[in-house]
Every structure is written in structure tokens, then in C-alpha cells.
Design a protein around this ligand. Sequence first.
Ligand code: ADP
Length: 485
Amino acid sequence: LNKIDELQEVLIAGSFERPTSTDCMDIVSPVDGKLIGTIPICASATVEHAAESAQEAQEEWRLTHYTERYELLQKAADLIEANKETFAKELTWEQGKPLGDSLIELEGCIGYFRGAAEDIKRLETGFLPIFDPKKRVITVRDPIGVIGVITPWNFPWDIPCFNIASILASGNSVILKPAEQTPLSGLRLIQCLQKAGFPKGTVSLVQGVGEVTGEAISSSNLIDGISFTGSTETGRAIARAGSSNLKRLCLELGGNGPMIILDDADLDIAVADVALSCFWNSGQVCNAGERILVQEKIHKEFLEKVLLEAKNHKLGNPFDEGVTMGPMNNEEVALKTDRHIENAKEKGAKILLGGKRASGFPTNLYFPPTVIDGVTTEMLLNKEETFGPVCPTITFEDMDDALRITESSKYGLQASVYTRSIKKAFYMAERIRTGTITVNEANNFWEGRLPWGGVRASGMGRVGGRYALEQYTEIKTIIFDLSKS
Ligand code: ADP
């Protein structure tokens, strides 16, 4: 793969252009350390220009018949499908995940566009009872308006598409700012949307770093809503900046997924799911298995099995067949993993496997599967989101002890419980404060049509299938008085 010159382009008011007089930033591949390209760091003037054209586009776009939007969404899906192999290679190059996983990610994106196109045909609204017999009431769903979409680097295709398909289906205009670490996938997506024929201004792309470009989006008074996926800290900054014009917020923030394995569980199933949840995408997943809670009686057996299972997760060049883990995406996230492991060691935890970066690779970002025993609630591994390929094991006495440990972290995105007892599964599922809980299924289980979102420090709002159409629209009530017509 060679340097991509088009990375300098943004899409504003219907045409691709290269912003002048902005700072720039080089983007380097975590796989081989080579230069992918240079992006402009768009400042407020560029963002405002995009927002003005997005507002102008709203006048007609919000009133289009859904069949028109259906056709455009299907066209976008066709274009992604036709180019998915090339896009998957570029995704691996800029993100670091194995090529097979990149292809699966692209397939998912095609599904989001086709799914949103179908969902919009079926979005029902209401005919409401009203006390006055001379009146009739219906509700319709109006788009929010212009939505800024700010996305992270762990799923550079999936997360933008997952949100943008529903945002456009419901008649909003969209301005995408991809993560500065993975700007190429965002550019390719927006090129597809432009080619599909979405009208001028309905789709815009800006590039840049969070503190400049992201901040300009969240504080713009021309932008009506934000769809943000990223860290809790950034989510708070966006909520603060967005309060100036009371933006509608959908915040999908961090997670600290507890996987709770009770002593009556099928241990082989649990162990395979734990390894997958901890090591897939090198743990850089918001619903990864972040804390592995194991009941005391099965602790020893669990460790023996998980160390064996970890061998099935192979670190290497993500373009090579058989490799299941590529490099981590960037130095910052790898440093956080280093720090959490160091903190655990200082506080008495034991590293049973991995624990430090692997040598002999083109960059310093290759991190092997890591298994740690003796983790306690005081450690950063328990309190914070690690986002690395780490399986930190915490033991517990009984279900209430497991609940206490779960609650010692502020997050609430996804959790899982392993048991053969339906009664115990319900006991846990009804008590854990979380957006999603799986029973005898991996913590990072994901199906894009289910309601998705967190509670507490994991954010607000629900997306996924028809829930996203509800999230990105607002109810308008229309009252007819039949006696006066
Ligand atoms: P991570 O720590 O995983 O990189 P971030 O929350 O920092 O996650 O980044 C996710 C997205 O949020 C990126 O597109 C980034 O540029 C953007 N971002 C970071 N800081 C801000 C900010 N202050 N305002 C708006 N967007 C931001």
C-alpha cells in the first residue's frame, strides 16, 4: 500500500476540497510504521462552513419521501460492497486489525445501510386518544437536524456506518469527523456516500484532532446533535461544549465489562469466550472482557484452561493468514496498558502470560495476550477501562460478592454471567447496572440491530436498528380540531 494523497481532502457543501491555511498531521501505520498520508486539522471556520451547508440542505432533505432515502442508502451499500476488499486492506493498514476481521467489519457496514433503508419503510407513528371528542391527534417523527458524528479508531468503518446509516435514513444531515488515527476509512465511506448521490450538504467530512476539530463541532450553534463514540472523559467535554445550544446527545462511552463465572458454569465455554472477549481486536473494544470474575472453587482450573486457550490467539502481521491479533493502534493506548499492568504488579498481582510488548516487529505496538492473576478492586485494571489484550482475574466468594466487585467500577456498558442455573442468571441480570448483559455468551457479543448503549459512566442513548431511528428523531405531535374546519 502506498501513501494516499486524497487524505488531504474534506467534503464541504457538496464538493471535495483541500482546506488551505490549516495545520496538518501525518498519519502513520501501526502495522509497518509507514506514512499513510497527511490530514488537515480543520478549525472552526471549516466546520462552520460544513454546518451552514448542512443546515441549508435540511430545508429539503428533511421533507424527502422515505423511498428516495431508501434508494440512496441501498446505493451506498452497493458501493461499499463493490470495493470492500480494497477498503478492508486500507482498514487493516491504518488500524492494525487482522485482514479477515476488517472484511467482516465491512460486511457489517453494508448491512447497516441496507437495514436502515428497510427500517425507515417501517417506522410507525401514533394515533393518540385525546379527552376532547372533537379533536384527533397523530404523532410523527422529525429528524433532529444536523448531526455531528465523532468517532474513535477501534472500528473506523463500523462505528461511523452504524450511526450514519440511521442518521441519514431518518432525514438528518451529517458531518463526520473520524478519529485522527484512522482518517482513511472515514474518507472512503464519505466518498461512497457522495458517489451514491446524497444531495449537496447532507453529507460532509472534516478531519482533525479532537481538541480542535471535535471541539469546533461540539460547540457549533449550527449543529443540533452529536453522535459520539469514545472515552468517558471526552464524552463529558462534548456534553459541556454541546450545552451552549442544548444539543441532542447520543454518547457511547467506555466500558469495563465484568465476565462473571459461577462455579456451576460450563468452564470450557466460559474460557473460550473469555479469551475471545479479552484478546479480539487486541482488547481495543468497548464491550471487551475487561475484568474476569471467577468463583473461588473453580479458580485454579480456570487459570489452567485459560492459559491453554490463550495459545489459540496469535500475534503477528495482520495481513498474514492465521494471525488473530495485530498491533495495538497507537502509542497512547499501549502506554495505558503498560501502566495498568505495572500498577497491578506493584500491588501484588501475578503475570502468568505476556505482560509486556513483543520485540521483533516493525513497530513497538505489538502486544501479546496477557493473563494476570490476583487482581483486586483497588487496581487500575479493575477501576478503569484498560483497552488492551489483557485478561485480569479476580476471585469472588458468592454472587453478592461478585455484584460488589462489579459495582466497584463506574461503568455500565456490557456484562456477562456464566452459570447452568436460570435462577442464578436472573439474580445477576436483574441486579447488575448495565446496558446489556449476556448469559453464557461472550461479553463482546454484538448484533447491530439490538438496542445498544450504556448506563452511568458508559453514556446515554440507545442505537441499533429501529432504536437508532428513534434516537435520531424527535416526536412531533399534531392536533386537529374537527369542529372548527
Ligand atoms: P480515545 O482515548 O479512545 O482515543 P477519545 O474519546 O479521545 O478516545 O477520541 C474519540 C474521538 O473523539 C476522536 O475522534 C477524537 O478526535 C475526538 N475527541 C477527542 N477529544 C475531543 C474533544 N475535546 N471534543 C470533541 N471531540 C474530541
